[in-house]
Design a protein. Structure first.
Length: 77
């Protein structure tokens, strides 16, 4: 994502100098959006895997409001 952000910044600077191509600017912005979407998908996938793991262990507790609750061991308080 950092590389995509730098590429957008570079294209913006080139545009200020009048040396940018519209297609390069659009491509850099699309690449940044794609990078952000991939990061979000990875975080969602990780969270789902963690919840499934807790469920498989029998330690996933869901409150009445639909939120999960992490139960801490008495020794870890």
């Amino acid at each position: 994502m950092k590389i995509a952000e730098r590429r957008v910044e570079e294209q913006n600077l080139l545009a200020e100098l009048g040396r940018a191509k519209a297609q390069d600017q659009v491509d850099s912005q699309n690449d940044l959006i794609s990078s952000k979407n991939q990061r979000t998908q990875a975080l969602v996938t990780h969270t789902i895997a963690r919840l499934q793991f807790w469920d498989n262990l029998g330690i996933l507790y869901v409150k009445n409001n639909g939120r999960w609750e992490e139960i801490q061991d008495e020794n870890n308080k």
